[in-house]
Write a new protein. Structure first.
Length: 273
């Protein structure tokens, strides 16, 4: 069996941190690691071993390590606090505050946070894999200066995409609710939604709408200046007209306006003969 491509890996289950590391060169399953907590260090022997890796188990109920040092390198935990479940809890820091309602957590959360300016500005609060029963309230304290306009938004990083989160800015801080933890960042959306006609005639009006960043906020349609009922399929992104009078065809000047969460708008005009 070849060594893992990742020299070290970590996983948290219940209250146990599992730290896995490749064997050190020229040694065996007796390799120790150094666990640093609150300025102190201790040597930890493997709890068990495989053919090429040692596995170390650390009980987070008694110890929140700052880092673990092995021959494969140093792992920084970024642990900040233990958040108990079943109570109201407020976490405070220089970068962000988080309010955990009584029913938000299913189990104790070993909270890790990380502030990053590698690309823009972002802060990671826990993991998006952590299950939340009800939303938490997050207040981020940006260190960079922002001109607050409607197109400036808070987004949770979702793989290669972003999830827009309605937020309120006040005194240089931004507050929002989130049903998932994870990485949060600030982006400006200045690109209006796209509208692509699919089928527009006297019988129906079908158009595909899309917004690549903040998402669709609302849309409105009219025929000859009169409001026209439209249905929206979120999965396909298709809006289509529903005639209130089946005996009256769609005819005349049709218009559809689509507005995204950042206030950008697009309008499609078309004459239906």
């Amino acid at each position: 069996m070849m060594p893992s491509k990742q020299a070290t890996t970590t996983e948290i289950r219940n209250r146990t941190l599992t730290f896995s590391s490749n064997f050190c060169e020229g040694s065996t399953a007796s390799d120790t690691v150094l666990v640093y907590s609150n300025g102190k260090s201790r040597q930890v022997l493997p709890s068990y071993s495989g053919k090429t890796r040692n596995v170390y188990l650390i009980d987070l109920k008694y110890e929140l390590p700052d880092s673990v040092v092995s021959c494969s390198g140093t792992w920084i935990s970024n642990f900040k606090a233990r958040i108990p479940s079943g109570i109201d809890y407020k976490y405070y820091s220089d970068e962000a505050d988080v309010e955990f309602p009584r029913q938000s957590l299913y189990d104790t959360l070993f909270l890790a946070t990380r502030y990053d300016t590698t690309s823009g500005e972002s802060i990671t609060i826990g993991s998006r894999m952590t299950a939340l029963h009800v939303p938490v309230r997050i207040t981020i304290k940006p260190k960079k200066d922002y001109t607050v306009t409607r197109n400036l938004g808070v987004y949770r990083v979702e793989g290669r995409g972003y999830d827009y989160l309605p937020a309120t800015w006040k005194n240089g801080k931004v507050t929002f609710s989130a049903i998932s933890l994870g990485e949060f960042t600030f982006l400006r959306d200045s690109i209006p939604p796209t509208i692509r006609p699919l089928n527009i005639n006297g019988a129906s009006a079908r158009l595909k709408v899309r917004d690549d960043l903040s998402g669709i906020s609302y849309f409105e349609a009219s025929i000859n200046g009169e409001w026209l009922l439209m249905n929206y399929d979120h999965k396909s992104g298709v809006v289509h007209a529903e005639r209130l009078d089946r005996n009256k065809p769609l005819k005349g000047d049709f218009a559809l306006k689509v507005v995204d969460q950042a206030g950008n708008e697009s309008i499609h005009h078309q004459r239906i003969p």
